[in-house]
Design a protein around this ligand. Structure first.
Ligand code: SF4
Length: 323
């Protein structure tokens, strides 16, 4: 049944000249039919560079908005209109406007996980993988970092030369993991390296063997010579890594089908099953099918030209500073 829906989606994708882009927190079933699966900013860059005129973005709303900002001429669709991000949507526009007015010389650094509206107020945008590099490259010393105070705390520690004020907010999913969860996972898998996302609690980030973005964690695990890993980010990454490991295992040309005993595949464990994002799990294959089957009645991201012009500035600044 799943294979049949996937085949129909791929047929519709071709007929409608669409590209399917999936965030890496989406299910394996969705990643399998995606043209590209990756981090949020990489998705918007992929959207910009792909020749297809319709973008089906399987993720949450701020990701689809960022894709629209970078590809204003394309139609961008979110297959499940309820897929939002509580962190991106929590911060009040007027509060940030007030902060800007209160200290005009303090620049606003906004994590990419913000709404298009909030990006209008930001001086520069950052991804979790490039946040430290971008902040270091900024000529300004006085900064606000929003909306993730855990990532902000990590950046602040890596950039002691800056005066950074954190605005309280964060990802409720990553922030839900406690030190007890960490200790329990370590006790169960004492030989495993802990790879963690900086959206997690700073106490855990300090204890981890590696700190990085989702794609950073995946790349690190795949390249590492270690055999066991505790993954401190959304639980789907454990599954994706395990699937990738099976692919590597099956493609080992020197391992005969009946003699794989000498090969020790890598093992991945979740730091905590609490790191499951309910918003990322809202999008289903049926949503993707329904979107492609009736684009004119699907949920399309609409942002005015004027808003795009304003919110694009902080993204362009990030690209300039990240060179
Ligand atoms: S994992 Fe956190 S930051 Fe990502 S979409 Fe879910 S709530 Fe938002």
């Amino acid at each position: 049944m799943i294979k049949e829906i996937q085949e129909q989606i791929l047929k519709l994708k071709k007929e409608t000249n669409s590209a399917i882009l999936a965030h890496s927190y989406q299910s394996e079933q969705i990643c399998e039919i995606a043209d590209y699966c990756g981090d949020s900013f990489a998705l918007s860059q992929w959207a910009k560079n792909t020749p297809q005129e319709n973008i089906i973005l399987c993720g949450v709303k701020f990701m689809a908005e960022t894709a629209k900002i970078l590809s204003p001429k394309k139609r961008v669709f979110l297959p499940n209109k309820n897929a939002g991000c509580p962190m991106a949507e929590a911060l009040d526009y007027d509060l940030v406007k007030h902060l800007k007015k209160a200290e005009p010389d303090r620049k606003i650094v906004a994590y990419i996980n913000t709404t298009a509206k909030l990006k209008e107020l930001a001086d520069v945008c950052v991804t979790s993988s490039a946040a430290v590099k971008i902040v270091k490259a900024m000529p300004d010393e006085k900064l606000y970092f929003l909306p993730d105070s855990n990532l902000g705390d990590y950046v602040k520690k890596q950039c002691p030369e800056k005066d950074i004020k954190l605005i309280q907010g964060g990802c409720p999913v990553h922030a839900s993991v406690t030190l007890d969860d960490f200790n329990k996972a370590k006790a169960e898998h004492p030989n495993a390296l802990v790879l963690i996302h900086p959206e997690c609690n700073p106490k855990l980030v300090e204890l981890a063997d590696y700190v990085g973005s989702t794609s950073g964690i995946m790349d690190y695990a795949i390249a590492s010579s270690s055999k066991e890993f505790i993954i401190g980010t959304e639980i789907s990454i454990v599954e994706h890594l395990q699937f990738k490991e099976m692919d590597i295992f099956n493609s080992q040309s020197n391992i005969k089908n009946n003699d794989k005993s000498g090969y020790g595949p890598k093992k991945y464990y979740a730091l905590s099953k609490k790191i499951t994002c309910p918003n990322m799990k809202l999008t289903t294959l049926v949503d993707v099918f329904n979107t492609l089957n009736d684009l004119d009645n699907a949920f399309e991201i609409n942002i005015s030209e004027e808003e795009i012009e304003k919110s694009e500035k902080c993204i362009l600044k990030m690209l300039e500073l990240g060179k």
